[in-house]
Design a protein around this ligand. Structure first.
Ligand code: CIZ
Length: 334
């Protein structure tokens, strides 16, 4: 098959226009006066015409040097809106891929070459095609935590903050939801549609136990428990709120409560504390540490990645065009 030649500026502009809808929930912008081997971060970024993005789960040191900190979609939109040539995405591979899907004309760098996502790895294109053949009338909704190939095979993408709205916006009554089974079941509770869950999960969120909730409720009975919908249904049921990382950050900032127990990756505590310095945050379980997120271990890795322009993330053009359709359809709806 022959695919049309890429029309980069059109993709970039379209992504930026579509992303405009996320403006109301702006990622938090950090300062960046830290020295990177004698040169300020500002200096090194200027030299390379680069933008540094850090996911909410990154270590504090990395969040501090970033232009923007946020969830994967917010950051990919920041990349699309930016006029910089080089984007350093401090996160994991599917996030950098999403940025490349929206901004093919830019150089997207991922400082930690091996930073993957075991949840994204749970979905395989051949398996998905088999499931699709079993449910010919079903739409496929893929969570943003998925490979570019899975996005390309899906009708529409979603994030944890818009998953139920995306599912409810579709005409189809049957939805194959890939790859997170816990998120799929959480969405099933918010729709009349039949959800066919993929049985993948995030080993970090899935590790949280109901006994963690009981233990922490005893230790801090006045605190509210906020968990991510990648946690198991029992944990979600026992919590006060299930929400995306940006949802957890917004809720705790706006709430009258003073103490919160957080059921998502520990890196988020830095941003929570920064946004609400007068409040107290506790992690729900000591197991909430993502080894892939922690592979971006220090600022030197970011500098080396910029100096050497590697590891660079690329997405095969035919896959990228199809994946762009799934991501841009989501952006049209939310
Ligand atoms: O989309 C993201 O960044 C992830 C992994 C979770 C979230 O809820 O923000």
């Amino acid at each position: 098959m022959v695919y049309p030649k890429p029309v980069w500026p059109i993709f970039g502009e379209l992504a930026a226009i579509l992303c405009g809808v996320l403006e109301s929930n702006k990622p938090f912008k950090t300062g960046n006066s830290v020295l990177l081997g004698g040169e300020t971060v500002e200096g090194i970024k200027r030299r390379y015409n680069a933008l540094i993005l850090a996911h909410n789960y990154q270590i504090p040191e990395i969040q501090e040097i970033a232009d923007y900190v946020g969830d994967s979609l917010e950051l990919s939109c920041k990349a699309a809106e930016s006029n910089k040539d080089v984007i350093v995405f401090c996160g994991v591979k599917f996030m950098a891929e999403t940025a490349k899907i929206l901004s093919p004309e830019k150089t997207i760098l991922l400082p930690a070459a091996g930073a993957g996502c075991p949840l994204a790895d749970k979905a395989d294109v051949e398996e998905l095609r088999k499931v699709k053949s079993l449910y010919p009338g079903a739409a496929v909704v893929c969570y943003v935590n998925s490979s570019a190939e899975i996005k390309a095979e899906s009708d529409i993408c979603c994030t944890s903050s818009n998953a139920a709205a995306i599912v409810n916006s579709l005409e189809e009554e049957e939805i194959i939801f890939v790859p997170d089974g816990n998120l799929a079941r959480w969405v099933a509770g918010q729709t009349d549609k039949k959800i066919i869950p993929w049985e993948g999960n995030c080993p970090i969120h899935n590790r949280v136990l109901i006994s963690d909730i009981h233990r922490m409720k005893k230790a801090a009975p006045d605190a509210e428990i906020l968990v991510h919908p990648e946690c198991s249904p029992e944990v979600i049921d026992a919590a006060d709120l299930a929400a995306s990382t940006s949802g957890i950050i917004r809720y705790s900032r706006e709430s009258d409560k003073k103490r919160f127990i957080i059921g998502t990756e520990v890196g988020i505590l830095h941003r929570l504390q920064e946004q609400s310095p007068e409040k107290e945050f506790f992690i729900l379980s000591p197991g909430l540490v993502c080894p892939d997120m922690k592979l971006t271990a220090d600022v030197d890795m970011v500098r080396n990645c910029l100096e050497n322009k590697t590891p660079e993330i690329d997405v095969q053009e035919d896959i990228r065009v199809k994946a762009f359709n799934a991501v841009s359809k989501m952006l049209e709806i939310i």
